[in-house]
Design a protein around this ligand. Sequence first.
Ligand SMILES: Cc1cc2nc3c(=O)[nH]c(=O)nc-3n(C[C@H](O)[C@H](O)[C@H](O)COP(=O)(O)OP(=O)(O)OC[C@H]3O[C@@H](n4cnc5c(N)ncnc54)[C@H](O)[C@@H]3O)c2cc1C
Length: 471
Amino acid sequence: MKSLVWLRNDLRMDDNPALRQACINSEEVHCIYIYSSKQIKLHNEANCKTEFIINNLKDLSENLRKINVPLTIIDSMGFEDNPKKILEVIKERSINKVYWNNMFGADEGTRDDKVKEILNKNNVNSESYDDQVVYAPGTIKTKEEKPYSVFTPFKRRWIANFNIDLLDIEFNYALKNDSGVLSNVNDFNFNFKKTHSVDMSIWKVGEKNALSILKDYLDKKVVRYSLDRNDPIKEGTSRLSPYLASGIISPKRCILEALKINNFELDSGEKGIIKWIDEIVWREFYKNIMHSFPKVSRGLPFQDYTKKIRWRFNQDELDAWKSGNTGFPIIDSAMRQLASEGWMHNRLRMVVAMFFTKNMLHDWRLGETFFMESLIDGDFSSNNGGWQWSSSTGTDAAPYFRIFNPITQSKNFDCDGLFIKKHIPELKDLDKKEIHDPSDNVRNHLNYPMQILDLKQSRLRAVDAFNDAKN
Ligand SMILES: Cc1cc2nc3c(=O)[nH]c(=O)nc-3n(C[C@H](O)[C@H](O)[C@H](O)COP(=O)(O)OP(=O)(O)OC[C@H]3O[C@@H](n4cnc5c(N)ncnc54)[C@H](O)[C@@H]3O)c2cc1C
């Protein structure tokens, strides 16, 4: 039996159900990864994320080689040609069965249906698995058999249904028959042009590194998660999101390792561990939202009335926000962190997204796209969920009249201004009283911009816009 594993968002061997099953059922296993610059552009994937994926493919290819599984990268024009490309490999290599792990999103679903159709027509079996979530999408339901649209009851049901067998992921790979096919990852022309300025040395490549980041985090920091997670200078979070987003580590592995140090308790024991697992369940919640409410992956808001909001558009304000020059130090330091690290602290993602959609009153979809284009951890459902939450258009949405004041957020969560100083060196000599909102004189002197808008007026403007849409 010869099997093909179609790798997509699962660039790892550990807890990779498609790869594991293919290896259990077949003597010879081949892996492919379909690469398309056009598709990357269409889905606004960040340039730094593409570089990260390419480097992780190289690492994975090396690991697969050790069990005689070749990884072939296939050039593609986009999702439309995927069925044809897969069929070509199947015919060339006389493959009997194709395995993959499911992805979320409308385009991905349509593509996979077309692949299944062409495989059926050619009498080739296929099997797919859910590696991104603990429960199959759409199976956590309310008493009325409806999908949840609020996190807390979803989480309660998630815990109530939990059984440790769901995390039965340990597996030792055995050597497969040598197919004689060589991996092409090092010779493949990815046609990759670097346009980002992210320091990639902070994102170590490969699943071994991802597992050791997890281990380190659980050993040293997770117990303080509840206390430190909102302070951006403390590095109190795991920074595992780029690895989870591209499937270099699995959510089940993260939860299992965390449970091991909490006596397998999900709702008691160490507060930090429980809270950290909560966040991984948030990720699963947003994936379920995308699955059960396909409108959100077609650019529509979850709350229908918000379609009527009359968003503003001002190119200068948009440019100032993107480049970290709004004149609000906490916003600008966060946006500069995004440019230099391809990542932003969760508290600051909420602050800059709320500033963008409320104070600037710009359409959340513009911010969502810019984040996808910039984030090394860009994840369609978490990003969409985060933007829709911040703009009060989504599930669990922040009430539209509760708008974060960025200066208060700055004083609360970066009280000494250390995060601001790290990312805006021109403000490094200011004291903690001045740094959150420097005087006009200081701004002129340090060549730091004036505020692009008035916080009070812009807040009222946002509340009016939401009231108008509601009535
Ligand atoms: C506007 C906005 C946009 C966002 N865009 C993305 C995105 O594109 N990709 C992404 O992975 N996350 C996104 N998030 C969620 C969150 O900010 C990041 O997951 C988190 O900052 C990653 O850092 P960490 O790995 O240190 O997280 P930790 O605090 O260590 O959490 C562990 C894991 O849980 C998941 N997680 C944590 N917080 C959330 C959350 N609020 N929602 C969903 N999953 C969560 C992540 O996978 C994370 O790696 C967004 C949030 C907002 C408000």
